[in-house]
Design a protein around this ligand. Structure first.
Ligand SMILES: Nc1ncnc2c1ncn2[C@@H]1O[C@H](COP(=O)(O)OP(=O)(O)OP(=O)(O)O)[C@@H](O)[C@H]1O
Length: 261
């Protein structure tokens, strides 16, 4: 893979909900292949909106998004569905189907990609099923393919979400608050898993995360948002008291400190 090749480009991206103040304002961003970028910022800064504008779960008001040199904004619904396969999404709330098993949830990432009757009958290609087993093994769930989702812990649920996102073999992972509902140790394990998998597979990652220490520890690049604008874009080490104050204001952040895994 060519180093530093652009995977994702955002140009003057704006989103305004109704007549409110814009949630994101003129965002320009280039994500190279294989880079893990953490979006940080106070509540309401526009992190989720930015992530969701990339795959048009939220429709941008103006501006452009390109993935692999293809413009995502402006695509018809059908073409968008095809391009979205390259963008795996991992959510805070896991978005699992409670009464389905781990394996069924992982395979559900394929619904819409296989034919309607095939998916209705839950008949997935053998190669897909084998890949799903490999992924479950990789995320540490090889013991649980038949466990119902509602019987899993938070960390296990997030592992299912990760396997489901990876089964579609994306180039980009969009990760929205993956650790918000997890205890600190599980949160670190999940962040480690996501970033290791990204490295193994050469994936670009944009992740929205509240925890500055986790962002610093696991991301290669930090983008700080404040009121919908980028106020910091640089290395994790460059986050000093001044930049954190730019991002969060005077009181809203804690001094980064080393935390044991
Ligand atoms: N569906 C919506 N309709 C109207 N306003 C919205 C909607 N979603 C978000 N907003 C507003 O847009 C702004 C940015 O919200 P967003 O959720 O993107 O921020 P965030 O940085 O992800 O916040 P948090 O960390 O609390 O999740 C906020 O003012 C929010 O109230």
């Amino acid at each position: 893979m060519e180093a530093n090749k652009t995977l994702l480009q955002l140009q003057s991206l704006n989103k305004q909900y109704g007549n409110d103040e814009p949630a994101i304002k003129d965002i320009d961003l280039i994500l190279p292949q294989g880079q893990v970028l953490a979006l940080i910022g106070p509540s309401g800064a526009g992190k989720s909106t930015l992530i969701r504008c990339i795959n048009r779960l939220v429709e941008p008001t103006s501006g452009k998004v390109w993935l692999d040199n293809q413009e995502v904004t402006g695509l018809s619904k059908n073409s968008l569905r095809r391009v979205r396969r390259k963008m795996g999404m991992i959510f805070q709330e896991y978005a699992l189907v409670e009464r389905l098993t781990v394996m069924e949830n992982v395979l559900s990432g394929q619904l819409g990609y296989v034919g309607f009757w095939q998916s209705w009958l839950r008949r997935f290609p053998q190669a897909t099923i084998e890949e799903a087993f490999r992924l479950l093994d990789r995320v540490g769930l090889s013991q649980f393919p038949d466990q119902r989702a509602d019987a899993l812990s938070g960390g296990q649920r997030q592992r299912v979400g990760i396997a489901r996102a990876l089964l579609q073999n994306p180039d980009l992972l969009l990760v929205d608050e993956p650790t918000a509902s997890l205890d600190p140790k599980t949160a670190r394990q999940i962040m480690r898993l996501i970033t290791e998998l990204a490295q193994e597979r050469g994936l670009g990652v944009i992740l929205n995360i509240h925890d500055v220490q986790l962002a610093q520890r696991f991301a290669q690049r930090i983008v700080g948002l404040n009121q919908g604008s980028i106020v910091y874009d640089g290395s994790p080490n460059g986050l000093d008291a001044n930049t954190l104050t730019d991002i969060y204001g005077e009181e809203d952040w804690t001094t980064p400190q080393e935390v044991e895994a």
